[in-house]
Design a protein around this ligand. Structure first.
Ligand SMILES: *Cc1c(COP(=O)(O)O)cnc(C)c1O
Length: 432
């Protein structure tokens, strides 16, 4: 079967302009940090397959958990029924989360986890007869998924402009994006906080919730913010009882060097959205985790106040089993050490790139993630992208931002080698 030929006849790929896109690379297997195409060429997966893979491809323990569960119970309706994998996984997660985050609502992808947080936070107010609380605050550059609610609060991400006429109303805040040796960060943060003060004094009582990607925005280009700034934002909105949603779909599960980004922030949110890495990148699963305080506003003696929302595959037992296996690996000591080694490789690796090269700037590192900007005026981005792939490096720049987000099984030496290759590719590239 000529996969690429039939693919070009039948398949409509995500985020792809089919008129100009090259034929996709057909992958036949994966092992550890590597993917292998049908011709046997290997690629180091430096994007963790769209940020979902944590412990490596085809990890035997996760594969085994999936197989066992599939032979035991593949799926069951989750309204009025329950099962061990869903309960056990929530119980495990609770052990590494702040105590107040103790109500677990399952779904199956990041966008949906966000929709649920938005709907719950809105209904939280409606259930208390506060129908006027229908605004949301979000940050410029925030990305929360591709469904309508998630797009509305991701309005300023630049991804969804075609649909903006259909969005509900959101209030935007400037995002004080920062990097190593950023001279203007205090000023940027002050501007953002002042903008928030203005919004709050005008709309404070009409706002249901604020949503943000804590510590770093992913899709809009690995844009970092400082923990102190996030704390100041939360303190200000809490004065108006505005609910706080942390979208940790990308930052969760060790990516930022701690289990969750919230572990680096001293104030806790009302909602936490998780997806992407939680099954180790094997199966779609998501959680919207909230507090007893939120949950209690949905209780009454009749159905009226209930959260009337659910998906066919909510809490799929096979996905939950994968998540349990992935959780066990995440919490092993060796995974913590691997995460530290990756961070060290980033710190040492960017030194290879830094040497005042006018082609690169704005270096930033957080946990297992490193990013920098390419100067588009003197670099041909397409040429660079092709060169990465030709060298067997699966790197997918976001605009002019190059980032590395490897699976945790990637070694220090492998990463240093990647940095040397990148330096070489960038040094030899020129604007054509
Ligand atoms: C990827 C992502 C989403 C959307 O998740 P999907 O599973 O792709 O729907 C939401 N929020 C953040 C921060 C993300 O990175």
């Amino acid at each position: 079967m000529d996969i690429c030929k039939i693919d070009s006849e039948l398949i409509w790929h995500p985020f792809t302009q089919h008129q100009i896109a090259k034929a996709p690379i057909a992958i036949s297997s994966g092992k550890g940090s590597y993917l292998f195409d049908i011709n046997g060429k290997k690629y180091l997966d430096l994007v963790s397959s769209w940020w979902v893979n944590l412990h490596g491809h085809a990890h035997p323990e996760i594969a085994k958990a999936i197989s066992l569960q599939a032979n035991q119970l593949e799926h069951v309706i989750f309204a009025n029924f329950t099962h061990q994998p869903a309960v056990l996984y929530a119980d495990m997660l609770r052990s590494i989360l702040p105590k107040n985050l103790n109500k677990f609502f399952y779904s199956d992808n990041g966008s949906t986890a966000v929709e649920i947080a938005l709907k719950m936070s809105y209904q939280y107010w409606v259930n208390q007869n506060h129908h006027e609380r229908k605004l949301f605050i979000c940050f410029d550059g925030g990305y929360h998924g591709d469904t309508f609610g998630a797009m509305s609060v991701g309005k300023a991400s630049g991804f969804h402009d075609k649909f903006k006429q259909l969005f509900f109303q959101v209030l935007q805040l400037p995002y004080p994006s920062t990097w190593i040796d950023d001279p203007d960060i205090n000023q940027k943060e002050e501007q953002s906080l002042a903008a928030l003060d203005n919004l709050l004094s005008e709309y404070g009582e009409k706002i249901a919730a604020i949503i943000l990607e804590p510590l770093m925005q992913g899709a809009s280009g690995m844009r970092f913010a400082r923990p102190d700034f996030i704390e100041k934002i939360i303190l200000k909105v809490r004065q108006y009882d505005i609910l706080v949603i942390f979208d940790e779909v990308m930052t969760g599960y060790g990516r930022t060097g701690t289990n969750f980004a919230l572990d680096q922030i001293r104030i806790q949110p009302d909602f936490l959205c998780l997806s992407k890495g939680i099954t180790g990148g094997f199966l779609p699963l998501a959680l919207t985790i909230s507090t007893s305080h939120i949950f209690n506003q949905f209780l009454s003696s009749n159905y009226d106040l209930s959260f009337a929302h659910g998906h066919s595959y909510t809490a799929n037992p096979i996905a939950c089993s994968a998540a349990i296996a992935s959780f066990k690996i995440l919490t092993e000591e060796k995974t913590g050490l691997a995460i530290k080694a990756i961070n060290q490789a980033h710190c040492d690796g960017i030194k290879i790139l830094q040497n005042n090269n006018p082609k690169i700037s704005k270096f930033r590192i957080l946990g297992t993630i490193a990013a920098f900007d390419l100067n588009e005026n003197i670099i041909n981005l397409n040429q660079i992208k092709d060169a990465f792939i030709n060298h067997g490096l699966l790197i997918r720049p976001l605009g002019n931002v190059v980032y590395l987000m490897p699976p945790y099984c990637t070694s220090y030496d492998e990463l240093i080698d990647v940095y040397k290759k990148i330096a070489n590719i960038i040094n030899t590239s020129c604007k054509t």
